[in-house]
Write a protein that binds this ligand. Sequence first.
Ligand code: GLU
Length: 322
Amino acid sequence: MVEKNPRVRGRFAPTPSGRMHLGNVFSALVAWLSARAAGGTVELRIEDLDPRAQSRERADTLMGDLEWLGLTWDEGPFFQSERAGVYQEALDRLAGAGLTYPCFCSRAELHAATAPHASDGTPVYAGTCRGLSADEVARRSAERPPATRLRVPEADDPAGTVEFRDLAYGPRREVLARECGDFLVRRSDGVVAYQLAVVVDDALMGVTQVVRGRDLLGSCARQIYLGRLLGHPTPQYGHVPLLVAPDGRRLSKRDRDLDLGVLRERGVAPERIVGALAAAAGLVDGSADLTPTELVASFSWERIAAHRDDVVVDEAFLARLG
Ligand code: GLU
């Protein structure tokens, strides 16, 4: 029995834009194990900020899949789509401190420049709209609604360098001006940016551990910086390897044959999926079917860190699923 420690609060923060694939399952499994192994609790937050891409029905399916896998939660679900007020409050605070500005750049303009790109593929913002006069802002706002960007310190200002230690990937250091430049906190269609919503929610929900896929490692510096500006404590970060096809391509929604809809229809048991993922990621030796609860005692971040290369979904892995 793990002793309870209510000070450790982990979370799942899935985006209900389709059925979970094995990569999502793996991230959720490690988030759950990390919190449970420390005696902590898990919150569920549905990241449904974009009404065009996400629906309540998809969220219900996702929750059904988590329960089927045995990945239970203690609090929530909280829906980001119902939290516009708290995000607006944070945006108002940042604006009040003079830290944000309206940006009129179109997608095409942002991507046309030969600007370097951040690790998540977004171009490093060149600062085009940084110094617009009030007149210019008024004139251009009449033509189209602007997005909102957060001003980051110049590259030589130490305030814009973020250092942290990831539980799996170790010490990291990023200079915001080089990594992403002034970044979006609200889109021009009014939808709050993921970076802002995640920071506000993790803080208001008292999350102490953020565990998720390695694809979001590059977002940490932005989130830590935003959290500091808003006066929030920095959570612990732990990123987990991605699942990739044998050719190195990351598994995605296109790999329909590995999503939970198809696996469940095929009759693959949840313990088979959990056992296969745990073995492939080096959490256990051997090939037993397992429940998440059965993995708690042997869970450690050292094991994750020792196998932090991407997990290859190869023939042997697929054969295990049956
Ligand atoms: N909503 C994001 C996703 O489903 C995860 C965000 C996070 O864990 O910070 O990929």
